[in-house]
Write a protein that binds this ligand. Structure first.
Ligand code: AMP
Ligand code: MN
Ligand code: MN
Length: 330
């Protein structure tokens, strides 16, 4: 559970006092993880602070353009406490999800940690925690904090933070889009965020091979169940090989299932490099939320977008377990 959830005013003041930080986020970083981590670094540098971002994994291709010119560490420093005032963890709800990517033990006692996130049930062990589940994206919280402490938002920071908001709201289509979300996005545009660059990179740059991969996934590897209310895609390794597709770049694949009329719950399963099964879950109906389902299987996330990784079973076994849980909802 949340160690001590601080008021955002107090948390923003902690942020203001930090001069030199290392920023971390979750494994397999998505648009909000990258936009928040890189955007916070840009924010801090624009306000006379020092910040580096630790990203041990390669940045997904479509986001690479946003990482250019940012001070990124790909290897964890051996003794971060000698180099930095604090670690800031953004958009990550669980210690293991930081640890798996960080390259050093996490949580740790030898350095202060500020944990900024929007996932309900955030359990990251930190000295200071600020979790606002009503925020559509962690990037939205960072903009609110910047305003509270009168920080300038440079065009680069604005672009990165808008990337986080746009990707976590599916371009303002998902139900987490609130008036405050749109006001925050408007403010970022006023600060010269490059909206055209974001849309082009994230939505209008799909490799042809990914389009073909998606078509085959929908046609051959997707099952519609429970009178069409449940769409489940099970991705075999051969499909990835055929199109040379890396699932690291597959963050939006599940949208093709969610788009189908009548579908309430969408699921996408694939095998990870360490032979576990990664399940992504989305709901279109607040009456059938997938957050509790993911948590019951040991995962987490939001009510309408959640995920879980299962060990000790193959793809078909995981699909059967999942179908059993879904049957309780539909
Ligand atoms: P994804 O399906 O990976 O796009 O994730 C959707 C949401 O579920 C995100 O908010 C993730 O933080 C969360 N999530 C995904 N996988 C896991 C997991 N194994 N454990 C906890 N939360 C997860
Ligand atoms: Mn994320
Ligand atoms: Mn997020």
């Amino acid at each position: 559970m949340i160690t001590r959830n601080l008021d955002i005013v107090y948390a923003a003041d902690i942020l203001r006092q930090l001069d030199n930080v290392l920023i971390l986020t979750h494994v397999k970083p998505d648009g909000d993880a990258l936009g928040s981590a890189l955007g916070l670094a840009a924010l801090m540098r624009g306000n006379m602070r020092h910040a580096k971002v630790l990203l041990p994994e390669p940045v997904p291709e479509k986001y690479r353009i946003f990482a250019e010119g940012v001070d990124i560490l790909t290897q964890a420093p051996e003794n971060p406490e000698d180099e930095f005032d604090a670690l800031i963890v953004v958009d990550c709800a669980a210690n293991e999800r930081v640890a798996a990517g960080a390259g050093f033990d996490f949580p740790r006692e030898d350095i202060s940690i500020l944990n900024i996130d929007h996932h309900p049930g955030n359990a990251v062990k930190a000295e200071w925690t600020c979790v606002l589940p009503e925020a559509a994206a962690t990037a939205e919280i960072l903009v609110r904090m910047a305003n509270l402490i009168d920080w300038d938002i440079t065009p680069q920071a604005a672009t990165l933070l808008l990337l986080g908001i746009i990707t976590d709201t599916g371009c303002f289509r998902f139900s987490n889009t609130k008036p405050e979300t749109l006001r925050t996005a408007a403010e970022l545009l006023e600060n010269d965020a490059d909206q055209a660059m974001i849309i082009d990179a994230v939505y209008f740059s799909m490799p042809r091979s990914q389009q073909l991969f998606t078509a085959e996934m929908v046609q051959t590897h997707t099952v519609l169940d429970f009178d069409g209310q449940y769409a489940c895609a099970v991705i075999p390794e051969e499909l990835c090989k055929k199109y040379q597709f890396n699932m690291r770049d597959g963050e939006t694949l599940i949208e093709s299932l969610r788009e189908i009329r009548g579908v309430k719950i969408a699921a996408l399963l694939y095998q990870t490099a360490d032979k576990k099964v990664k399940i992504s879950l989305r709901s279109k109906d607040p009456e059938t939320p997938v957050g509790p389902l993911a948590r019951s299987l040991g995962g987490g996330g939001h009510e309408m977008a959640a995920g879980v990784t299962l060990g000790d079973c193959d793809l078909q076994g995981a699909a059967a377990i999942l179908r059993g849980e879904v049957s309780k909802l539909l």
